[in-house]
Design a protein around this ligand. Sequence first.
Ligand code: ACO
Length: 307
Amino acid sequence: MTGRIIGTGASCPELVWDNNKLAEMVETSDEWIRERTGIARRHIEKDRAASAMAIEAAKKAMDSCKELDAEDIGAIIVCSIAQEEVLPSVSCQIQAAIGAKNAFCFDLKAACSGFVFAYNTCIAYMNMGLIKNALIVGVEKLSSITDWTDRSSCILFGDGAGAAVITACEEDSAMMMKCDGSRGDVLTCPAGSTLIMDGQEVFKFAVRSVPEAINEVLDQKKLAKEDVDYYILHQANRRIVESVAKRLGEPIEKFPMNLEEYGNTSSASIPILLDELYRCGKLPKGSRLIMAGFGAGLSWGASYVTV
Ligand code: ACO
């Protein structure tokens, strides 16, 4: 049993900070940021809580889904590292907002691997026969935990939410998840503080671990690279995506990117990208995708999903 995407949604703040705005805040330039990261703008949420963004993305995903009603959803999983409320969980708030009264709900924290970990969790429940349909939401207000005086990290992050409705389909799943807690110091955020990152270490870790994860999923699925329509990678840095494409020997056109517009939105980046592709018709029925996430923990993972 694997997952099929049958609806998507996103909610991105209206306020946009371009690179020139950041150049007024720290010593940097549009040219440096574009060249090193591929990022031109990021969306910043000043007013709404993260849960409001998550609810909007979830509602849009349900609206776009013609196959199901909210009562058919068996699980709602929200992934986030930057949302304000301790209780109730954002997933329970979504349940109430959309009327998914038959769903069990919880939030998980796996940084930029969050969406892939949440998806894999849903697939495991599907294979146990516990659920048939799930709603997965990634939401981040990274602007609230960004050090806006640190030019080496603040240029990267943005806010947003993305959601996907997944239904079980009769096809073998393929997935992997790994963590290395002994390297947790590479990317930290102490309580009440801001993100502290060793950018070069994250970079090296990503370009090594992501191709390995993707190859493991291809092997499990016995899928040839030619049969993959798109690789949907966490949107951290254009150079990371390009390096992964090169290491896999795959054309860069199979690695859609939107980080120019949103920057790195952590666990929201994959579902925001899925929503863009889904809505503009780039994911016709039968499309075969491999998603891959990587980030703090350290954590990384990949999975096969169809449309
Ligand atoms: N503007 C101008 N100069 C800068 C800036 C900036 N914004 N930031 C750093 N520099 C300078 C440095 O001070 C350094 O100067 P020096 O040579 O005089 O010492 C020089 O630029 C090069 O710095 P590096 O750190 O070597 O730059 P690098 O090419 O590695 O790019 C970057 C830095 C963009 C952070 C890169 O390492 C990266 O993207 N890493 C991955 C980070 C990432 O994806 N993190 C998110 C993980 S996901 C999660 O879980 C939240």
